[in-house]
Design a protein around this ligand. Structure first.
Ligand SMILES: Nc1ncnc2c1ncn2[C@@H]1O[C@H](COP(=O)(O)OP(=O)(O)OP(=O)(O)O)[C@@H](O)[C@H]1O
Length: 879
């Protein structure tokens, strides 16, 4: 976690040299000769100063404001919160400054000429009006000099301004990168444009900057930006692609923190202005952010055009039938076979099914049959190798891990969708409508994770004759980003779709599949608490969770499970039963501190050599993605020979990625993760924690997604009533247009609306105002300083910041959860608290009329050796 650097002390000194300069930020380490300081007892001539600096020049004098810190490895150094360039005070110094070699074409003589003519204010005069140099130096030299001065001093001034208005130096640096010289003017004159143009600054922050610049609350720029940010936040927070007028109004009012009648009128005007500026689209009483609406329109029209397109490879039912290849000689059932036929005879096809229903089997059959079809036609039609290559199978998935699994299963190379499309951060995709991807059949796995923006990029880049097959589990959580792509494609009934329902998995994992199906149907099965060969349930209160998880993990370690095979899942980050706390417990068990072990600290996380870690954001340049898991395989310290900066090396399934202080905030411990982050991943043993504290997040899809991450074994810890609540509450409905756009306009519009309205009743009411990031980030962000969010400066940080804003009122997860929810859940008649002894269990059962699993029974579970534990082990220390 980033801490604000205090400004306790000051050093004025001459820069000797820049020891380190990060190439992806303005962070530098300087060696400085101290001229003056108020540091007590500092009697050394030189000092190391760290911080964010513009292009500081050796020989120049600076005043640094900050504090003395003791670095564990490098000893005492001065951490600068800000600095000021002590411009040369006299003419001699000015001449030296201009002749420093920094300004092309300016030597000592020219420098003297400039100073002679312009005097001691030469720098300010040139900055204000570069034409003062006319006649003194050649036009090219004058232009270069003015530009260099502005570049150096402009950034320094921006740092200073940023400091005054509460912007971190990192954000100031990024603003300078984005707007150049104009950054200062943007901050002072048109700050609200940052809401539309600059990632990583939430509306609240922009609003504070604008206030300092003198913008009144009723300024039209403020209202427009607030309305836009409010609508965008609400869409990202709930996954909607549009809001009704009432919802848009509520979002705007809550962002602008006013519902006065004059504000109402101003918001109406702002909505009109935003529509005419094409930032919002208004249609049929709904407002959509233009990009989201555009994405839905593109996906629907592309799907429609694909549906009537001609395949580049002939795939008539007869041909498919005669070429059918089933790997491993499995006997596909009728539905599975129909899925293969439909997938190959249609240009767009959706295959869904729960765990163990044969999605992978069908995928393998598809790939083999397609290959056979292409080979057969190449032969019969005399096609060359190039044609075969042009029509090859392509496989992709939203996550790296799922792509890797696809490769292992099919033997074909699978990639992330980002990589397939050549999407690199900040740049447009390499493959798009003008430069489509190649291939004859594209299979996308984990399609439930596809949000509308990624779907837009994907569909835009498909060539005309290509077949696309989307494979997924429709009952998993919807995508983190807005949109409901898989659901809408299915519900539209425009796209051919087969749902596999028969579970084939036998042995390990089979009772997990059955449990998943039951939860999917809204029922917590009777045998929920009965230990099965592959799953068990440990009831415990929220307080008892850390202890219980610790004991389960200890047993798992004893049984020989490795960190990679075990995954602890919880809905949110905070609370003692949340991801952060559980990670600490698991880290100490799987990778305890060893003497001499190398560690590297980032905020409150201490990474140890050997740790299991999780990438938190997409970094397409380095080909690592949000949700990727890896292991720390090396830690290097700067003091070591040949090492430029403290760094940590992570092995992501054979791909080594380096992290320095600048990128380490993309990484966290991965022993425990949120359920959202685990999507697309599977583990041998999953330990799932649900308690009443997480009520705001609980729903069928969440718990279904969590338990289906378990390939072989599942241990469920927490409140019975939390599981029951989750099983009986479907995921909140997403408001999207895609389904409607896909359906024939006349027939579809009314029917779809009616359907949506029906299912929304109750659900929307229930979730009104409970806008919480679906990754539980709201709580996580609470624990992060604004400067950390600033520093992230990525789309993700914008999104999370955006989402955090959407929870304006203290109805954040934490405010809503904690005690009140806990109490309401515990008071539920279905609550079955963990009990200490069989006697107590009987008592509880007797009193409540419910059956209760005792801890002793639970611990006798043979699966992970619970018999090793004692009942007292599950009790909090204080008992
Ligand atoms: N028609 C079938 N006859 C016999 N066994 C089958 C059939 N279909 C699938 N299976 C077997 O069932 C098991 C699960 O199938 P598969 O892995 O294809 O399901 P899945 O839907 O991909 O599951 P998951 O999503 O959990 O990975 C496999 O062992 C597979 O061989």
């Amino acid at each position: 976690m980033a801490r604000t650097v205090r400004e306790d002390n000051q050093i004025t000194g001459t820069l000797q040299n820049v020891i380190f300069s990060a190439n992806d930020s303005y962070f530098k380490i300087l060696s400085v000769t101290v001229n003056k300081t108020d540091l007590e007892d500092w009697d050394e001539e030189g000092i190391i100063v760290t911080g964010t600096f513009a292009s500081v020049k050796p020989g120049s004098t600076y005043a640094f404001y900050g504090q003395l810190v003791t670095h564990p490895k490098y000893g005492q150094q001065f951490q600068a919160a800000r600095y000021e360039n002590q411009m040369p005070a006299d003419e001699k110094g000015l001449v030296a400054f201009f002749a420093s070699g920094d300004f092309p074409g300016v030597g000592k003589k020219t420098a003297e000429k400039i100073v002679d003519h312009l005097g001691q204010d030469a720098i300010d005069l040139i900055l204000a009006d570069p034409s003062v140099l006319t006649g003194l130096v050649k036009p090219k030299v004058a232009a270069d000099l003015a530009e260099k001065l502005q570049e150096n001093l402009g950034l320094e001034k921006l740092f200073l301004l940023g400091h005054q208005i509460g912007l971190s130096a990192d954000v100031a640096g990024r603003l300078f990168d984005h707007y150049g010289e104009a950054a200062q003017e943007v901050l002072q004159k048109t700050p609200y444009r940052l809401v539309y143009e600059f990632d990583g600054l939430p509306f609240k922050k922009v609003d504070a900057i604008a206030k300092q610049a003198g913008f009144p609350d009723d300024h039209p720029d403020r209202i427009q930006a607030g309305v836009y940010a409010g609508i965008l936040n609400a869409c990202y927070s709930a996954g909607h692609t549009y809001l009704t007028v009432d919802q848009a109004l509520a979002a705007a009012q809550s962002t602008l923190q006013s519902n006065s009648s004059s504000m109402q009128i101003a918001i109406d005007q702002a909505l009109g202005a935003l529509v005419s500026q094409e930032r919002l689209v208004y249609e049929d009483g709904n407002y959509s952010p233009t990009d989201l609406k555009g994405a839905e329109v593109l996906v629907s029209s592309k799907v429609k055009s694909l549906l009537t397109a001609k395949s580049a490879v002939q795939t008539t039912p007869d041909l498919v039938d005669t070429t059918f290849v089933v790997p491993e000689n499995l006997d596909l059932d009728e539905v599975q076979r129909a899925a293969v036929e439909s997938a190959l005879t249609n240009q767009v096809f959706v295959l869904t099914g729960g765990p163990g229903t044969g999605k992978t089997t069908v995928t393998k059959t598809l790939v083999a049959t397609w290959e056979a079809l292409v080979r057969h036609q190449a032969q019969s039609q005399g096609r060359d190798k190039e044609w075969v290559k042009q029509n090859r199978v392509r496989l992709a998935s939203p996550t790296g891990r799922a792509a890797k699994r696809m490769t292992e299963i099919t033997g074909y190379e699978a990639t992330t969708i980002h990589r397939l499309l050549g999407i690199t951060d900040g740049d447009d995709a390499e493959f798009d409508a003008d430069n489509p991807i190649s291939g004859g059949l594209l299979i996308i796995d984990e399609a439930s994770m596809l949000d509308i923006s990624l779907a837009e990029s994907l569909f835009a880049a498909l060539p005309k004759g290509m077949h696309i097959v989307l494979v997924g589990d429709a009952d998993q959580l919807p995508s983190v980003g807005p949109g409901n792509v898989l659901y809408d494609l299915i519900q539209s009934q425009v796209v051919p779709h087969v749902a596999l329902e028969r579970i084939y998995r036998q042995g390990k994992g089979s009772s997990i599949s059955a449990l998943a199906q039951s939860i999917n149907a809204g029922i917590l099965p009777r045998d929920f608490q009965e230990n099965q060969s592959d799953r068990s349930t440990f009831l415990s209160t929220a307080d008892q969770v850390p202890r219980a998880v610790s004991q389960v993990l200890q047993a798992a370690v004893k049984k020989g499970f490795t960190a990679n095979q075990v995954q602890v899942l919880a809905p949110m980050y905070k609370t003692p039963a949340g991801v952060l706390a559980l990670n600490q417990i698991a880290q100490d068990l799987f990778n305890p501190v060893k003497s001499g072990q190398k560690t590297l600290q980032q905020g409150e996380t201490i990474f140890r050599l050997g740790d299991k870690v999780l990438q938190l954001e997409n970094d397409s340049e380095r080909d690592i993605y949000n949700g990727d898991m890896g292991q720390v395989i090396a830690i290097h310290y700067k003091k070591e020979p040949g090492v430029a900066a403290d760094s940590l090396v992570v092995d992501f399934d054979g791909q080594e990625v380096w992290y320095t202080s600048k990128t380490l905030n993309q990484l966290t411990l991965a022993y425990a993760t949120t359920i959202h982050k685990a999507q697309g991943n599977e583990f041998k043993l999953v330990i799932l924690v649900l308690t009443g504290q997480f009520k705001i997040m609980l729903n069928q899809n969440l718990v279904y997604t969590a338990i289906t991450r378990a390939k072989e074994s599942l241990v469920m810890v927490g409140d019975y009533s939390a599981y029951e609540y989750a099983a009986t509450h479907p995921v909140p409905v997403r408001q999207t247009f895609l389904q409607e756009l896909l359906v024939d306009q006349q027939n579809g519009r009314r029917a779809t609306r009616a359907k949506q309205a029906d299912s929304r009743v109750g659900q929307l009411a229930e979730h009104q105002g409970q806008t919480v990031d679906c990754d539980g980030q709201t709580t996580n962000l609470d624990s992060q300083s604004a400067s950390r969010a600033d520093r992230l400066g990525t789309q993700q940080s914008q999104t999370t910041a955006v989402r955090q804003e959407a929870t304006q009122q203290p109805q954040t997860a934490d405010a809503l959860s904690a005690e009140s929810d806990q109490r309401s859940l515990i008071s539920s008649s279905q609550q079955k608290p963990a009990v200490q002894t069989p006697l107590a269990a009987d008592q509880v059962a007797g009193e409540s009329g419910l059956t209760t699993v005792t801890l002793a029974q639970a611990m006798a579970d043979p699966m992970i050796g619970m018999a090793d534990l004692k009942p007292a082990d599950f009790m909090p220390e204080s008992r």
